[in-house]
Design a protein around this ligand. Structure first.
Ligand code: GLU
Length: 449
């Protein structure tokens, strides 16, 4: 069984980076499912131990955003409901001598780090807590200090073969023993994440490159706890055009993208390829995209994320949509379904779903558009010359050659007034395709003003 997880902290709205992590895990797992036929489990884990900053509305937003993206999960877990489990593991680690109490205040720690830096040393915690005698500890507690606890990192090399970065190794000597219980008894991210990954049988962890050093620490935690060590993959973080991903881009939330009219599949198709040498493929759904997904194609260079690329890709994604998909999307937006003829006519001319509804409105029965006074007679002649019988895609050619012969008009002088009379716009879908959508009665009404 392949198990992946997406572990957001519900302390804000999801941005493009979170969406990407959620998506890469889904695509990776589904790709393995298609390739091996193995069962897949996608765990959605709320990292909500920060009770003050975690908010139910952010959690709701995670559910909504994932559903919008088409990312489903098989299991939902909340870290806030697992505190007893974390406490019992902490006791186990204390008993094994892998956790020790420390009493420094934040200021004291900062002072130590400053001194180390001034002496050209890395700011690694000096393990003073480990050397405290029982008496010193009692003295601190008598002063009113409460302990925080650190995990003992073994001073050895910890290595793993990263699915994106290749072989990685860190020596514990160069890392600070991480705090695993704060003074107030709450848990920082590091240990609970390992406990959960172990308990939920997570086999593969895909997360941003900002977690690479955590991986060395967490592997040591898996080792002491006797858990199976997952396979890790750390794709590099996205950057903006000027290097670092700007505040605005970095915080570009999925809701903003949704409000901008970007299709979820546009985001998925771009993010699945950004950072790989492979061209974007236009896929109709996540399953199709998962089949061609390959995490090993991700490079180590930070990919540039340019929201304009989403706007450029969106029309291509829309054009490829089937009538069923389009009508499902219109339904989401509270709009009426459209016909196959209509979709065939307008698909090449829409950049956003909203444009489809606009064109549906243009084509709806009973609309009449203004034409310049100088073109009114021409339009009446056009009405008289509309070929008999039902209007099809072939009507346009016969009709316009008759019109040309009769009026001597050609090119823009011929087509522009027709387009204006029929659609009220200078540009739009091919008239040839629009004629059958409008139908005889509507064409005549529009031409006759
Ligand atoms: N809540 C953590 C984060 O959002 C999860 C990190 C992880 O995937 O292990 O960064």
């Amino acid at each position: 069984m392949i198990s992946v997880r997406f572990a957001p902290s519900p302390t804000g709205y999801m941005h493009i980076g979170n969406l990407r992590t959620a998506l890469l895990n889904r695509l990776f797992a589904d790709n393995l499912r298609f390739k091996t036929g193995e069962e897949v489990s996608y765990v959605l884990r709320m990292d909500d131990t920060d009770l003050e900053r975690s908010k139910p509305e952010y959690e709701q937003a995670v559910y909504e955003d994932l559903k919008w993206m088409g990312i489903s999960w098989d299991r939902l877990e909340h870290q806030s409901e697992r505190l007893d489990r974390y406490r019992s593991v902490v006791e186990e680690l204390k008993a094994k001598g892998r956790i020790y109490a420390c009493y420094e205040t934040a200021e004291e720690l900062e002072y130590k780090r400053r001194r180390q830096r001034a002496r050209g040393l890395p700011p690694v915690y000096d393990r003073a807590g480990m050397r405290l005698t029982a008496e010193e500890r009692r003295a601190y507690e008598a002063e009113g200090r409460r302990p925080h606890y650190r995990f003992v990192l073994e001073h050895k090399e910890t290595s793993w073969d990263d699915m994106v970065r290749g072989p990685c190794a860190y020596n514990g000597e160069h890392l600070s023993d991480p705090v695993v219980v704060r003074e107030d008894g709450t848990f920082p991210y590091m240990l609970p994440s390992v406990i959960d990954d172990m308990d939920f049988g997570i086999t593969h962890i895909i997360r941003g490159e900002d977690h690479v050093t955590n991986t060395a620490v967490q592997i040591q935690m898996f080792e002491v706890l006797g858990g199976r060590i997952p396979v890790f993959g750390h794709p590099p973080l996205l950057t903006g055009r000027e290097g670092k991903l700007s505040k605005r881009l970095g915080s570009l939330s999925s809701r903003e993208l949704r409000e901008e009219g970007i299709e979820p599949m546009t985001i998925a198709c771009l993010l699945a390829r950004l950072g790989t040498p492979d061209p974007v493929v236009v896929c109709r759904d996540l399953d199709e995209l998962a089949k061609v997904f390959d995490l090993s194609h991700f490079g180590r260079a930070q990919p540039h994320f340019d929201p304009d690329e989403l706007f450029k890709l969106n029309p291509r994604i829309l054009h490829e949509m089937s009538l069923e998909d389009v009508n499902a999307r219109l339904k989401d937006e509270g709009k009426s379904p459209v016909s196959a003829d209509f979709w065939k006519a307008v698909a090449p001319n829409v950049a956003k779903v909203g444009d489809i509804a606009d064109w549906a409105d243009v084509c709806s029965a009973g609309r009449v558009f203004d034409v310049p006074a100088a073109d009114r007679d021409f339009c009446r002649t056009a009405a008289a010359l509309l070929p008999e019988g039902s209007v099809g895609e072939e009507t346009f050619a016969a009709w316009t050659s008759a019109l040309k012969a009769q009026t001597g008009r050609k090119g823009k002088d011929l087509f522009r007034p027709l387009r204006l009379a029929l659609t009220g716009r200078e540009q739009g879908p091919e008239l040839k395709m629009l004629l059958p959508v409008l139908g005889r009665e509507e064409i005549l009404r529009r031409l006759q003003g």
